[in-house]
Write a protein that binds this ligand. Structure first.
Ligand code: UN1
Length: 510
């Protein structure tokens, strides 16, 4: 099965991919990709070293010099062709995502669709990149802002969105005139090789070689080098808060720019007047989808005391029906976790939750009947009466939903905002007053970058800016004006008269 998926994308014949008899785990300079659904080795990938890194940088610099001269709408046409190529390969690439990281096929396909969508978005953007013309205080002067290509953009991506998050960055960066250097997670290098090759192949065939670069290596060998490299003005990193803090520190030391999209500890508030049916369905997808391995996964449910019992009962029932298993099978809703270490993380969190007084209502064990693969049963944990459950303050990348109850909306908001992360948030209510309190223009409601009403915390559309506050890192990717992160702003003043006119009315030597 796995060979077929690789064949469809030409990965079986790829020079840096080792399969079959040649695949020997433990070979130095190689990483082995393991299928999380059954623990079998899929392929070995040759890793890049420092010399390969230098080559990529040199090629990127050359490519940038050429690419920035291409008019943005023409760059958009290249991105349009790339999007079309992703359309052709959607099925194969979706299956590869599923094979490599274990998300169910529907979600693998959805992820590639997200790439297609952002490519479309970037095409439109390529004709609308613009800055304001401002009123000058001086006669015969023009004042405006223009946006210029930034240069080399380092993209560090996580395993859980091995295709789309790169696309959010690289498609925008491409129309902005930048060259992307992608350092994917070592848990998902196959998707990265296939995706990058699609982009690079299309761009090269249109005469633009080197705009999409890939570097696959360890943090020590290439990650640290990339982050510290002054030749790379922007580092866009997705991953844990711990990783992001380190990246942020190193890049700040060289006064470079970062775009950080880090952990979330997202909550859904369900108010007393909510549509419980809608809430239950939405929370189910947001809590167990992608086996709880999205940065936007719902990890905390904060329900009004009048609805908490009913809602939890419905969720527990729904959890009982979830089919867990082979992510390639159409029946499956929950696939495996990425690694055995992630399974350990799940068990550690469950143990701590119990020690801290939480009650496990469902889950807390391996998925029944699955002897191979990293399968766990999604869990719901009820917080103790005190509502204090320290483990729920942390992001555990696994399907565990902690349930809290509240009496007043103020209490709910305080609990909601009490975590260190600030990515995604949601409220279920049919009352305008309640939803507006959550979205208050004073900022006293949700403290997150994403705030939803009557929908779950995951599954953002690409058109909005995506990212979050506090330990989530503050970056914004994808839609809206996120493109500005990939360009440098230049304020221009032109004197088209023949008089020297100084700003602030200063007279000098007259
Ligand atoms: C992530 O988990 O890093 O909103 C990104 C969502 C997806 C993106 C998640 N569109 O859930």
């Amino acid at each position: 099965m796995s060979m077929k998926v690789l064949e469809r994308l030409g990965l079986d014949r790829h020079p840096r991919v080792v399969t079959g008899a040649g695949l020997k785990p433990g070979t130095p300079g190689q990483v082995v990709v393991t299928n999380p659904a059954n623990g079998e080795a899929i392929a070995g990938i040759r890793l890049d070293d420092a010399a390969a890194y230098e080559k990529v940088i040199a090629e990127s610099q050359e490519a940038f010099k050429r690419w920035r001269e291409v008019p943005a709408p023409v760059r958009g046409q290249v991105v349009r062709a790339i999007g079309d190529e992703f359309r052709k390969h959607k099925e194969a690439l979706g299956a590869l995502v599923t094979l490599e990281v274990g998300k169910i096929l529907q979600e693998g396909l959805g992820e590639v669709q997200e790439t297609i969508d952002i490519a479309d978005y970037a095409v439109g953007l390529s004709r609308t990149l613009s800055g304001p013309v401002l009123a000058s205080e001086r006669a015969k002067h023009r004042l405006y802002e223009q946006w210029l290509p930034l240069g080399l953009v380092g993209v560090i991506s996580a395993f859980n969105f091995p295709n789309a998050v790169w696309a959010w960055n690289s498609m925008l960066a491409a129309v902005c005139g930048d060259v992307t250097i992608w350092k994917p997670s070592l848990l998902a290098p196959l998707t990265a090789i296939a995706s990058n090759e699609i982009a690079e192949r299309v761009a090269s065939s249109m005469g633009h070689r080197g705009v999409f670069q890939l570097i696959i290596g360890t943090d020590q060998e290439v990650g640290e080098r990339l982050v510290a490299d002054r030749r790379v003005p922007l580092i866009s990193a997705t991953g844990s808060c711990r990783m992001g803090k380190r990246v942020g520190e190193i890049v700040a030391r060289r006064l470079g720019r970062t775009l950080l999209e880090l952990g979330g500890n997202n909550a859904v508030i369900v108010h007393k007047d909510a549509d419980i049916d809608l809430a239950a369905k939405s929370i189910l997808f947001a809590a167990v989808g992608t086996a709880g391995q999205r940065c936007t996964t719902t990890r905390r449910l904060i329900a009004h005391e009048s609805v908490v019992e009913e809602l939890t009962k419905r969720l527990v029932n729904a959890y009982k029906q979830i089919s867990i298993g082979d992510p390639l099978s159409e029946k499956t809703l929950v696939g495996p976790l990425i690694t055995p270490a992630a399974v350990e993380g799940y068990f550690t969190a469950i143990r701590r939750a119990k020690e801290e007084g939480g009650t496990v209502l469902i889950g807390g064990e391996r998925a029944a009947g699955m002897s191979k693969g990293n399968y766990v049963m999604p869990a719901i944990v009820r917080a103790p009466g005190s509502n204090v459950l320290p483990i729920a303050m942390e992001e555990t990348f696994a399907p565990i939903l902690y349930v809290f109850s509240y009496r007043t909306l103020e209490e709910a908001l305080a609990l909601h905002n009490s975590v260190e992360q600030g990515l995604s948030s949601a409220i279920f209510t049919d009352s305008v007053r309640t939803s507006e309190a959550f979205l208050a223009t004073s900022g006293s409601g949700s403290d997150c970058g994403l705030a939803y009403v009557n929908l779950g915390t995951s599954g953002a559309e690409i058109g909005g800016a995506f990212g979050g506050e506090k330990d989530t890192g503050g970056g914004r990717e994808s839609g809206s004006d996120s493109w500005k992160a990939y360009m440098r702003r230049q304020t221009v003043a032109i004197n088209y008269g023949s008089e020297l006119a100084l700003a602030q009315g200063i007279r000098f030597g007259e």
